[in-house]
Design a binder for this molecule. Sequence first.
Ligand SMILES: [Zn+2]
Length: 739
Amino acid sequence: MRKMTPILAAAAVMAASTSCSHNTVQTAPDQQAAVPATPVAPPQSSPPPDAPAPAGAAGDVLLAEWSGPHGGVPAFDRMDLAAMKPALEAGMAQNLAEIDAIVANPEPPTFENTILAMERAGRPLGRAFTYWGIWSGNLSTPEFRKIQTEMAPRLSAFNSKITQNDKLFARVRAVRDSPETARRPPAERRLVQLVYDGFARNGATLEGAAKERYAAINERLAELHTKFANNVLADEEGYTLFLDASQLGGLPDSFKDGAAALAKERGQEGKYAVANTRSSIDPFLVYSTDRALREKVWRTFYSRGDNGDEHDNNAVIAEILKLRDERVGLLGYDSYAQWRLEDRMAKTPERAMALMEAVWPAALARVRQEVADMQAVADAEGAGITIEPWDYRHYAEKVRKAKYDLDSDEVKQYLQLDKLRDAMFHVAGELFGFRFTPVPEGSVPVYHPDVRVWEVTSKAGGEHVGYWYLDPFARPGKRSGAWASSYRGHETFDGLQTVLASNNSNFIKGAPGEPVLMSWDDAETYFHEFGHALHALSSNVAYPTLNGGVRDYTEFQSQLLERWLLTAPVISGYLVHSKTGEPIPPELVAKIKKAATFNQGFDTTEYLASALMDLRYHTVDPTGIDPDAFEREQLAKLGMPREIVMRHRSPQFTHVFSGEGYSAGYYGYLWADVLTSDAAEAFSEAPGGFYDATVAKRLVDSLFAPRNSVDPADAYRSFRGRDAKIDALMRYRGFPVPH
Ligand SMILES: [Zn+2]
């Protein structure tokens, strides 16, 4: 589970708040799936609006309570990087003193003096982390990165001081086991359990030799995870293919320009470099007409970490699996996957496995069709080849052009940044009852002139809900991609704290007065990230920890919102041509919908092969495992098509072996996708369609507002009246629905 108590928030915030790269199987995973429960000060002790920060030590500007409207807003206009380190140091010291006071309390442990005291602790540090998140995501500089490197081990040591505090855990355990807790409302019982699990699932219940062994395993695992990641990186950086001008057949100019620049950077000016990374090899495999080169590039990329040299990861995997299994054995679990999934929505490896196995045969059947289509193209060209893995992307592109051709420049004319934002506001108004109003300039501080802020109020009663910050444009020092993060989460236990949510992306600014246009993928991402913001803004929970996320569930809300992009009011009111103002024509909409099922056999199969392998590795007895042989045997058992390779082969599967964020959890993308499709059908079947007021209310009440105060499986049942079924997902991907 994610450790969501404020005192444990440091690790969460170090991963740059909520980050998100859009979509399921095509992109790298979110590092962080949910909004951290941002610690904040109770409003009654806030200074009056516009009060200056209290004078004192150097870090004070970043630790100070927030002033301004509605419980205060971050002082983004007074950020001072020189204050970062002292602020963290003072914040950590203060937080540890709060923990000491909880532990030293002579009264017997209670919900109030232990759990609530923990929820309340670490507020100043939490505020410092809000600024930290801005510097790491939106305004990074070499100076900040130096501070980051220096502070990372100290923050990690700080976290350990709390998670390994035996006396603190003894109090938490006493509260969890007390009859008084059993009589509390469900959300409070869940809070106690989540706090307890944050300790117990990570070894706090162990004593003596077992405890020592547990710590030793963790230390060794940390080394192995880093080694795994470094080996993959070494093979990505160590193999660069340099081409001359005669070897560029089929490659687009944009690729050639990038390759020429990279070759120059690597000391081979005049040549063209293909880096051994996914962003380089993907377009190369699509466009290069030189089949021998495609094979070379393909083999090099899928051999990362598997070359039998000093960067080979097979022995590293074997040791990681053995240690993970031993570690959860100390806690009494049968397998690592059993431990990992216990607090996920799926709950057991068997359920996650059953979902994947239900989709797998349809994906394989689709691959056979795709290969047949591609073989027909190759035969018609007189290529005289049999489709091999290094041909798949190349011929798939030819099939796409012939069967699904979509002119991306034409689509772009209907996707204007400002119009899409207004479309999102419209959807939020209809479904969530929110109104977005721009704040008067200067009334809410921002950290960059590009950032704009809206006040969110209830359409019905006009009550203040929160603020929404939008940072839309690319600039140096800003991380790539798109993400959502919250500066403050909803809570009520010490008085109402309203939400401060943000969306961040990397659109390229247009010429003054010209609309900013975007691709279809970017438009989906824009809606996706806004879904995360709406999830934060809808929260009705009382305690910070209950704002936390569950990894196979938190992408569901955001994925679902993407489905409103092609609803009638959005099409007619907002997807309008940048010059003529005409709505997007129905033929173009039909083409977009059809293109969504293109190459689903390939996408689903390469993803599922990795996800299935991840779960199998973490459910078998790893004694004496040889990953190379294991991978081959399992793929043979699955009937893996010879034309496709796992998206992440074992020796390069960094999601799973360079840390534990996605270990035994790669299935989560498909899990969230099942929920998304099933919930979308609840709307399409309703009398009012995607704007049906009854279904919308149930959606907000059951699946958005409760955050993690309700078990996600129970929440889903209260929305749909049953568990999610895979049928809707199968239809959406263009697969036959199994009986
Ligand atoms: Zn997301």
